[in-house]
Design a protein around this ligand. Sequence first.
Ligand SMILES: [Zn+2]
Length: 270
Amino acid sequence: MWSKFGYLLGLVGLLALGGCQTTTSGGVVGAERSQLMLVSSQQLNQMASQSYAKLLADASRKGTLNRDHALLERVRAVASRIEPQTIAFRRDAPGWQWQVNVIASPELNAFCMPGGKIMFYSGLIQKLNLNDDEIAVVMGHEVSHALREHSREQVSQAVAAQAAIGIGAALLGLGQVSADIANAAYDTLIATKFSRTDESEADRMGLELTARSGYDPRAGITLWQKMMRADSGRAPEFLSSHPAEINRVRQIELLLPTVMPLYEATRRRG
Ligand SMILES: [Zn+2]
């Protein structure tokens, strides 16, 4: 039978095994929250690569992969300006194996899997008639989830929660680990339901990336206006789990004085 003592023992073991750290430096918007990490970046990036490759293969077979070349070039142009700016948050990120693709689909959706695997659904850009600044805000937000390794954090929490209901011993050295991690990681990568804290971090960091890349961060406001007006058959990832959109617009407004100088400096450099 599970005991409180066992729980504590398990938890102490887990913290010794992985522990708290932070994935990024804070940037000007301050993203330095300590994170519980029990699985490695390498494990999760490998899993993301496989999931992404499968997604590309499925779309290719259906004839929906990168069908609109002009749209693909637009999205890749935005990505090519954002990628080098990720150095503001972590030194390794500009050297990631970035991939950027567009799936023809009415869905209002976009994401960036761990390690820099970006996907846009054409419906998001076409139905909401997004300009390049607004595409940059979405991409900055999604890329920030990957920079902060929010999926890895979620998987770690799932692993810790499973430990808390009785598999702590298995995690601490027996054979169960990889299967449990694989299941938790797969669920997380497919479901992409981030916490409110994660969303807030991604909004703030994304706005800084937008500005540093020379895209107008004020587009964050118009993007949200468009999304809130949108008749959402299926809400995009950044709307999915959160009723408090107004607060998020407010946060963007409050950050504009911090990030506008970065935008203006980039514009001046041409
Ligand atoms: Zn998000």
